[in-house]
Ligand binder design. Structure first.
Ligand SMILES: Nc1nc2c(ncn2[C@@H]2O[C@H](COP(=O)(O)OP(=O)(O)OP(=O)(O)O)[C@@H](O)[C@H]2O)c(=O)[nH]1
Ligand SMILES: [Mg+2]
Length: 315
């Protein structure tokens, strides 16, 4: 199944990284942008924003931010209602991102909008964030027509010499490539985004993208792939042909798009692979092994709201 993008499009950025990326996405898609966060520092004057208040609590839990997001439901829905397609960008490693993504995707689904979500997953050393990010991703995938996952952890794992800032930049620019191409390319339901560091040969870049992909899923789970070749005007056509053939040998179906508009001297491969299941992230929540029909408490996401009961608020 592939998704149709219908105008008008709204890009929503959640939390710190989500807002930063949504501002960039808005420019490349020429659409409108809304940022939602519990932190005023994530907003900028030129974009619409919704502040999620956690009242007097300055170090809210994920569940409290989520509960507070549902309290702003009317305001958020009245913004979403005016658009046909929502592109939701969030960092599931962040507290704000993982708190709000299930709530916002829920609201999009209720309003029957086409939802395309972009999710960033945590580094392995961010141990306290792994569990939440796994649950949130599962919820997000359920409510989205299409999900694109960028895993900071496997990017760093296949390039251990990178520093965190470079890692962000590489991941973010790969994501922008896919967002830019949404108008012209049809993408599938579950997708994993992989890429490589700069300044290497294009074949090496493809090898690194594949290495990163294999860190996240089984080769047999990969259904098809789109290769975006950046800095395309400098690459011999024979090389592009050979990387396409290589990819065709690995996945059932591949499609190569060469970006000749990019002015960068460096050439690189950004690979978007359609997958069946997301093995690595499914394992972030150990309870995922329980079949869905045996789960009692899945339908609504965990929220913490102060009901003013004479009970101690646990978290
Ligand atoms: N790929 C990528 N990851 C980022 C970027 N900025 C931050 N991160 C990662 O995202 C996580 C924090 O995300 P933020 O978006 O700042 O968090 P938040 O959603 O605002 O939530 P808080 O934790 O409440 O601040 C950390 O795990 C970072 O490693 C970025 O530009 N690109
Ligand atoms: Mg933040």
């Amino acid at each position: 199944m592939s998704v149709e993008l219908k105008e008008p499009v709204l890009v929503i950025g959640l939390g710190g990284a989500g807002s930063k990326l949504a501002k960039r996405a808005k420019k490349s898609l020429d659409s409108e942008c809304l940022t939602i966060s519990n932190d005023n520092n994530d907003f900028s004057a030129e974009n619409k924003s919704i502040h999620i208040s956690t009242k007097s609590i300055i170090n809210p839990s994920v569940q409290l931010i989520r509960g507070s997001t549902y309290q702003a439901e009317d305001e958020i829905k009245s913004e979403i209602a005016r658009y046909s397609t929502i592109i939701l960008i969030s960092n599931l490693a962040g507290k704000a991102g993982s708190a709000m993504a299930p709530a916002i995707s829920d609201m999009c689904k209720e309003l029957e909008k086409t939802l395309i979500s972009f999710a960033i997953m945590p580094f392995k050393f961010e141990k306290d964030r792994i569990f939440n990010s796994g649950i949130t991703l599962r919820r997000l995938r359920e409510k989205s027509e299409c999900t694109v996952v960028l895993d900071n952890d496997s990017l760093l794992e296949s390039n251990p010499d990178l520093n965190v800032k470079t890692c962000y930049e590489i991941g973010n620019s790969a994501m922008m490539h896919v967002i830019k191409s949404l108008k012209t390319t049809k993408i599938s339901e579950d997708n994993i985004l992989t890429t490589s560091k700069d300044s290497q040969k294009i074949e090496e870049s493809l090898r690194d993208s594949l290495k990163m992909l294999y860190g996240e899923t089984n080769p047999s789970a990969i259904k098809s792939a789109i290769l975006y070749v950046t800095g395309g005007s400098n690459i011999p056509i024979g090389v592009i042909n050979s990387i396409t053939n290589l990819t065709n040998g690995i996945v059932n179906e591949s499609n190569t798009q060469v970006d000749t508009t990019s002015t960068s001297e460096e050439s690189k491969v950004v690979m978007l692979s359609a997958v069946q299941g997301m093995r690595k992230f499914d394992s972030y929540d150990p309870l995922n092994v329980i079949p869905e029909e045996n789960q009692l408490d899945w339908s609504s996401p965990e929220c913490s709201i102060d009901y003013k009961l004479d009970l101690y608020q646990l978290e």
